[in-house]
Design a protein. Sequence first.
Length: 296
Amino acid sequence: MRTIILTLVLLLLALPAYAYTPHAGDRAADIYGRDVISDSVVHLEDYAGQWVFIDFWASWCGPCIGELPNMIDKTKPWLKSGDLAVFSVSLDAWTTVDDLHDVIRKHRIRYPVIFDGNGWQTVQAAEWDIHSIPATFLVNPDGVIAATNLRGEKLGPALEFFLGGDTPYQPLGLRTSHTQNDDGTVEVRVELSSPTHEPLKLKVDYWHTRYIYAEDDPEHENRPVDAEYIDYEETDIETLVDFAEFADAVYEFTVPAADDVARTSWSIGVMVPGTEYIGAEDDPGIWINDRGRLSW
């Protein structure tokens, strides 16, 4: 059962949908804004031709601060060699800007930290459809997103895999679409592309979110006071997806209906071939991830 931070859930309710949602295999849209360190405008496109590690974070985000020393340590050798750049976006608000500067000083951060003081409504995070942090993306020298959500003990081996290989890594592609049915079910279509067309290991998870309102709010006129997840652990999917000879691979599944839910969500993971040795025995591989959700 997933844990929930109510404050973040309530903030997410107010976020609009945006046209650009970054996926592995997509060309990375430009990110630009004022760097809080240099006080100059910086662009992601300034780093065309090299690998870039993008980090969306905030000083108030516990997991972000917990991961920051590891990220700095694992990217440092590649930064020194000139093979990698780090480019970050802070979701801090003006109320936490002093904390942001404290973190920058403490960790001696020298890479760009874009900041506009708008918190979850930070323009760059909204343009990239960021709904949770830390959110990380690895962009290859051609400007294509090669991997997402790299962190923890897998970050170092992942950077070695992507940047240190004998031949340039050709990114996989992962995209999803869905159809919302009148009976409450959701049909999800997963489209995979691969330069080698070898079978890919796929993991699927899906769940519903039900909001809980105060007893004196029977018409649900105010924000919810809590939330619960309806999970389907017994139906989690792990499978190999094969490619047709001259086509991308497609995998489809159906999320069952549930009563009185506010949101239906799903998560897709695809293991990068050749990474089975990376990570713990019970959690091997580098995975490219995508998520989807809809509100009822």
